[in-house]
Write a protein that binds this ligand. Sequence first.
Ligand code: GEK
Ligand code: PPY
Length: 247
Amino acid sequence: MSDASYRDAIFSTPLDRVARFSFDEQVVACFPDMIRRSVPGYGQILGMLSLIAQRHLRHGAHVYDLGCSLGASGLALAGALPEDAFRYTGVDLSPAMVERAQQTFADECPQHSLQVMEADIRQLDYQPSGMVILNFTLQFLPPEDRDALLARLYDALEPGGVLILSEKTIDADERDNAWRVERYHDFKRANGYSEMEISQKRTALENVLIPDTLDALHGRLAQAGFPRSMTWFQYLNFTSLIAFKES
Ligand SMILES: Nc1ncnc2c1ncn2[C@@H]1O[C@H](C[S@+](CC[C@H]([NH3+])C(=O)[O-])CC(=O)[O-])[C@@H](O)[C@H]1O
Ligand SMILES: O=C(O)C(=O)Cc1ccccc1
């Protein structure tokens, strides 16, 4: 059963050497459970994406979902908007993610126009769009590649277009940072992760998920050309921003 979804137990046994985290077959098989138990507010962010799209998207506009994983944002939009309201392109570098996202869209919303591409979002030739979603993806790019991508997305957005940027963040203040990280680990414990799982995953994500501060994210958006950005959601060290292109 290739489309079954399993409980995330990837870091539940002691590993001699914890490998760098990667979006491989093993992660894909438990990804919905992993992201739900590991990202505070993930469900609320997805729910709000459709409401934001309903307010900001011109009828029939194009939406990019960059680092779409299993296409959860596409599914949320298709669940809330009629078939002709938007065209969606999900992009992901992981072949296992792309294959499963395509299958899910074909099974669950064949009437909507939902495409998935296997590509590196740093190298894509972007078409004009009304909305771009970066839901917990920019944090996986090398920091030196982030500004160039955001500038290209600003250029691809149509007047009045919006970018949604969700990220894990770090606090510049050490005490605030420690408090948020400790409460995040409490959140993981409350969701059934053991000390070993929390600590091995932390090691696996080192130098793979490199968080920015909230100020740095707003700075990057301004640098890319966006005249206005806002933090619309925050839950511990997980946040979502919206950036507006002038109409
Ligand atoms: N250079 C790249 N090009 C394309 N994809 C990439 C690249 N680097 C990483 N990815 C992809 O970005 C995704 C990040 S997960 C996004 C969750 C999703 N948005 C969700 O709303 O469920 C976040 C998380 O798991 O915390 C993975 O699928 C990677 O393969
Ligand atoms: O689990 C973590 O520590 C996170 O930061 C969230 C996460 C969720 C899914 C894949 C990678 C990171």
